[in-house]
Design a binder for this molecule. Structure first.
Ligand SMILES: [Ca+2]
Ligand SMILES: [Ca+2]
Ligand SMILES: [Ca+2]
Length: 180
């Protein structure tokens, strides 16, 4: 059951990361993902936030290829992705991979610049990658663990790490990108 949960989570994430839907994740998917988020939030393409987001997604891609045995083709298949991540949930490496990405996502989403993300900011960010408002609101409530209506960097990072490493069916982080 545990292996099954991990596989379901990673396959779900793969489908979201495979932006062009060709069955492989490549650097171009991460570039497209960054552009989609930047456009969707109405952020100028050359702003500091946009640059930081693009750099963070590139870092994510580079870290991911180091983590999941790539076949040297510069792309990762669905099976390699799910199998590789399920085999080695190395928390420190996962954390190093996702932290810049979460920081950049938060900075992009935080339109009023108060350092945290409210439900409307969160919903707008997720809308940019095709997640419906009701689903984004549900994800927000799950990730906002103290229920104060604000998603902090720590709450977001905890969920991101949990997504990759927790074998608990009920872990809130499993829901970071919606139902799996
Ligand atoms: Ca692809
Ligand atoms: Ca905010
Ligand atoms: Ca909170």
């Amino acid at each position: 059951m545990t292996a099954d949960l991990m596989r379901r989570k990673f396959e779900h994430r793969f489908d979201l990361l495979d932006t062009d839907g060709d069955g492989y994740i490549a650097q171009t998917d991460f570039t497209a993902l960054a552009d989609r988020l930047i456009d969707g939030m109405g952020e100028p393409a050359d702003s500091d936030r946009s640059r930081a987001l693009r750099d963070a997604k590139e870092h994510y891609w580079t870290s991911l290829t180091a983590l999941v045995a790539a076949d040297g083709s510069g792309r990762i298949s669905r099976d390699d992705f799910a199998t590789g991540l399920a085999r080695t949930p190395d928390a420190s490496r996962i954390s190093a991979m996702v932290r810049p990405s979460v920081e950049a996502d938060l900075a992009l989403a935080d339109r009023d610049g108060d350092g945290v993300v409210d439900v409307d900011e969160f919903t707008a960010l997720f809308h940019a990658i095709g997640v419906s408002a009701p689903e984004a609101q549900e994800i927000f409530r799950t990730l906002d663990r103290d229920g104060d209506g604000e998603l902090t960097l720590d709450e977001w990072l905890a969920a991101a790490l949990e997504f990759f490493t927790s074998t608990d069916e009920t872990a809130p982080g499993n829901r970071i990108l919606g139902r799996v």
